[in-house]
Write a protein that binds this ligand. Structure first.
Ligand SMILES: [Fe+2]
Length: 156
């Protein structure tokens, strides 16, 4: 069934490709935040264990919303770990530093990278690809990442 929502197929393809990269980034960041939740060590273990859980819980919702936005545009969402690793801008570092500061710095850098990627696409989606809906959607996601990044930054 065709997706007839007033956006050309070429433009929907272009937006879905960028969203697929974003989905991969979100999935890696979700996994990296679970790593922090599981493996953090130090005198602040308990509070940081819970803090990272709150962050990955929100990221799980973000992952779902990005995948469903791709489906809304008439595309299938990438949904294998191999595809996520191929598409992502992030790197899976094996963290040698299991302190809360070590994890926090790395996660913060990833959030900031995602914020910059989203910000670069807000106007592109709205003007070049004439997709105001996805532009609005990623603007909301950017605000969520800005808040998550603030909370990480406030620990450093
Ligand atoms: Fe847990």
């Amino acid at each position: 069934m065709n997706t007839e929502i007033g956006i050309s197929e070429a433009n929907r393809n272009a937006v879905a490709l960028e969203l697929s990269k974003l989905l991969a980034d979100e999935f890696l960041l979700y996994t990296k935040t679970r790593n922090a939740h599981w493996n953090v060590e130090g005198p602040d273990f308990h509070s940081m264990h819970l803090f990272f859980e709150a962050q990955y819980t929100q990221l799980a919702e973000v992952v779902d919303s990005v995948a469903e936005r791709i489906r809304t545009l008439g595309h299938y969402a990438p949904a294998t770990l191999a595809e996520f690793l191929r598409l992502t801008h992030l790197t899976e570092k094996s963290n040698q530093d299991n302190t809360s500061a070590g994890f926090t710095k790395e996660l913060l850098a990833d959030h900031e990278g995602i914020i910059i990627f989203i910000r670069q696409n807000i106007n592109v989606f709205a003007t070049k690809y004439e997709d105001a809906g996805t532009s609005d959607f990623i603007t909301g996601l950017m605000e969520q990442h800005e808040k998550l990044a603030w909370m990480l930054r406030a620990h450093l």
